[in-house]
Design a binder for this molecule. Sequence first.
Ligand SMILES: Cc1ncc(COP(=O)(O)O)c(C=O)c1O
Length: 440
Amino acid sequence: MISEQPKTGNGAPLENGAAYSRHSAVNAAPLPPPLSGEPWLLTPGPLTTSAAVKRAMLRDWGSWDDDFRTLTAQMRQKLVAMIEPGPAGGDLPGEHAFDCVPMQGSGTFAVEAMLGSFLGANSKSLVLVNGAYGRRIVQTLAYLGQKTVVIDKGDYLPPRGAEVAEALIADPRITHVIVVHCETSSGILNPLREISEVVRKAGRKLLVDSMSAFGALPFKSAEIEFEAMVASANKCFEGVPGFGFVIARKSALAATKGNARSLSLDVHAQWAHLEKTGQWRFTPPTHAVAAFMCALKEHTAEGGAIGRCARYTENRDTLVAGMRDLGFETLLKDRWQSPIIVTFFNPADPQFHFERFYEELKSRGFIIYPGKLTTVDSFRIGCIGRLDKAVMGELVDAVRQALTAMGVKRASPPQKALFERERSRELLDPAPIQSPNPSL
Ligand SMILES: Cc1ncc(COP(=O)(O)O)c(C=O)c1O
């Protein structure tokens, strides 16, 4: 029996008098609750969006009409400018060496489009795997009939530059390296810059799945040498699901002509059509694009990726500190922990069952995510979306109430989980790498 009234995470006074301060270093005013009283989504996309983003979908657009073409053109320019700012830091058309090609569908469609278009008949890929999304890339390459070798680091160890360099020396036929920027299945932030440096020195090409990182974590063409990268509307940009996009150098895009073996996932064909007509090749997700343009305005108003990273970092820090106070343990060492999503071990207490925990939290207005580790039981809590540290504080309070309702006395994980984590720490190279996590 759940005794407390359902909450929608709307800032109502917390039970136990444990209300968190709603003042934030990043946001002076607390963010308003979800528009229709739905639960906060502590998930890595779809995620909680602002009221303005949702309202932007109340208008219909003709996909052939000039108004929508303008919207598409502006969106492409703004996304490119984030990777490659123009001479004055601006996003004027024509001043960029890179271009952006939106692709209909979920993030996986965009990843598959990038792989199928940038890899040719003579390509051979080295895939750096440390979680479910790396494994999905390997699976996609198998569908595409691509020659593939894999460095598999298990559930959460980061691939390091030295081992990539070694693999590239050992096999000169490898043409491309493929990496997931933030592996959302654990929350690990992979050392993209370190890997891009090694790939550049070896004269190979880098393809990046930056689905859950781009928009909040640094990604500039001046710092990362890459052939193509992919991300989607409904993660760090806080838009709604419906499309992803590929960003690549125009010369690299031009060279992909004829590679794709899929009609609808042909990046070159979509690019050429957009360039010629200003239109998407097939029915575009018009409302999702309109919502995304509003989300981009909010992104700019927040200070771009830097501002967004600051809020997500504050969300993560509030979450991790509160959960650790309750006795939970994180999977990852702080240094590797992205501000995107955090994996916690399930408590060892026999009263803890994830399904019940999930329902208890949902009834209090929060939706979390199951874990994706293969060796130990875990769950994940996202830090991205229209959330702030006040919401995270309220979530921690809801977790405390959920544990009490379930009769869970201790949130500490089983020895097996701690053993697994210690083993991974021994395997980790202690050399410092790039980290956008100054506060942890
Ligand atoms: C890193 C990464 N790659 C790919 C995907 C797949 O995206 P989708 O679920 O939208 O197909 C996700 C989704 O969370 C992701 O986090």
